[in-house]
Every structure is written in C-alpha cells, then in structure tokens.
Design a protein. Structure first.
Length: 259
C-alpha cells in the first residue's frame, strides 16, 4: 500500500488539484455524454455503412503494412485534432462544444468522458470518416482503436509515468505526455496537440515552461527511488497494448464463447 501511495502520489501532476465538485459534475456529464455519443456516432457509422463507404482490406497484411497504416492514421488524426481543438477554443464555438471538457482544471480519468456529445462527434467521428476515405487492412484497426481509447485515458490520468528523459531525446520529445495535456486544462491557452507536440511547436502554442515543469514533476517523483517499479509499470502497459492489439488483429476473439 505504501509503495502504491509513493508510486502514484509522487507522480501526481497537480498534487492539490482534487475537487469533489469537479468529480461530481464530470460524472453527470460523462453519463449524459456517453449515451448521446453512442447515438451520434452510431448514426454516423450507420449512414456511412448504408452507402457502403466504410471498407476494409481483408487480405492478410504484413507487419510493416500495419505499421505504415497505423502511422498514417496517427499523423492524420493528430492534425485533425489539433486544428479542431484550436477552433473549439474560439468564442461561441467554445461555449457550445468544448466548455464542458474544460470544467476540470486538474484532469482525472473521468475528464476523458466529460465532453459535450458534439465534441465526441468531432473527435470520435474521425475514425469512421478515415475508414471511409482510406481502405486500410482490417488487421490495422485494433491498433488504431486501442490507441484512440487509451490515449484519452492516459492524457487525463493526472499522473506522469513517462521517464525524465522523455523531452530530451530527438524522437520522444515529439510525442505528448500526460503533463502536456494536463497543462492544457490548467493554463487553457497552450498545448492543443492530441498525440504529438508537432503542431504546437510549429504554431508557437506550446507552453514555454512545459519542459521545465515536466522536469520539476519528474524530480519530485525521483526522490521516491521507485524508478524500477515505475519502469516496470510502463513496460507492462506497453507490452499489454502490443499483445492485445496483435492478438485482436490476428482474429483472436476476446468474447467468451459458450459453444
Ligand atoms: Zn481545450
Ligand atoms: Zn482534455
């Protein structure tokens, strides 16, 4: 228990950010939103399906084809998300579409679902539209699907588990962290990216103190000397994601079969 407390609490991005009222409101918004979003997204998918616009390649794909299709989705969604998100911060559009999601200035996993159904349609509508515009292999979809779900949870978790060097290597610094999106909720006018920091860096919308703050949060966690445990947690999560998506894409069903 003490280990868990140390492991999590020391990695809390905003240690004093907890508010009961925020959690209560988010629960209400999340409940309303999930039911309405099901109808909206279900409707969009049904419409695209009706005209046979959503198509998949059912041929077996090589691993690098899956990787390429995944990368293509990743880059396109990141661009879609960034620019819609910028738009959603303007005037009446903000009030109508995005305000609910900004109720929490210190996100937690519930914040992921605490969005207006219109916003869910904008963000969640990307996958149906993408599969209508591009014919990808069926096998690529589990990787794409899992990413859309897990990234939402991760960026709103309120905890930073990525290593201290994340923003210092030429490769990893282009990918966002939980701290990155947490600061979007806290400071509002910075860090609009959903997967990468690319558009924010290009457009000058990345919080200037983001990397310094990240270092500070990691320095706090470092004092707990639980690095091997936290490295193991990250490794297990990455391995679980890859294993689940691979099994799923190979046709393994997670549904229990009664026959
Ligand atoms: Zn926002
Ligand atoms: Zn958010």
């Amino acid at each position: 228990m003490a280990v868990l407390r140390l492991l999590f609490f020391s990695r809390k991005i905003q240690p004093n950010g907890f508010r009961w009222t925020a959690i209560r409101n988010e629960l209400v918004f999340a409940a309303i939103n999930t039911s309405l979003t099901g109808v909206f997204l279900g409707g969009l998918t049904a419409l695209l399906n009706k005209y046979h616009l959503i198509r998949f390649n059912h041929e077996p794909a090589r691993w690098w084809t899956i990787l390429l299709e995944y990368a293509f989705y990743f880059v396109l969604f990141d661009t879609w998300f960034y620019w819609w998100h910028r738009l959603m911060h303007i005037g009446w559009f903000y009030t109508l579409v995005h305000k609910i999601h900004h109720f929490s200035t210190s996100p937690n996993v519930l914040t992921t679902f605490s969005v207006s159904p219109l916003e869910s349609l904008v963000n969640g509508g990307f996958v149906p539209l993408f599969t209508a515009a591009v014919v990808v292999h069926q096998q690529s979809m589990p990787f794409i699907g899992l990413t859309t779900i897990l990234m939402g949870f991760y960026v709103h978790s309120g905890y930073e588990f990525l290593p201290r060097w994340w923003n210092k290597t030429w490769f990893s610094k282009w990918f966002i962290t939980a701290t990155f999106h947490d600061q979007h909720h806290k400071y509002f006018r910075w860090n609009f990216g959903g997967y990468t920091t690319v558009w924010d860096r290009i457009c000058g919308t990345m919080r200037p103190r983001y990397e310094a703050d990240f270092d500070q949060i990691k320095a706090r966690a470092n004092g707990t000397a639980l690095k091997p445990v936290s490295a193991a947690v990250v490794a297990i999560l990455v391995a679980a994601f890859t294993a689940m998506a691979t099994l799923w894409s190979m046709g393994f069903s997670f549904r229990p079969s009664l026959i």
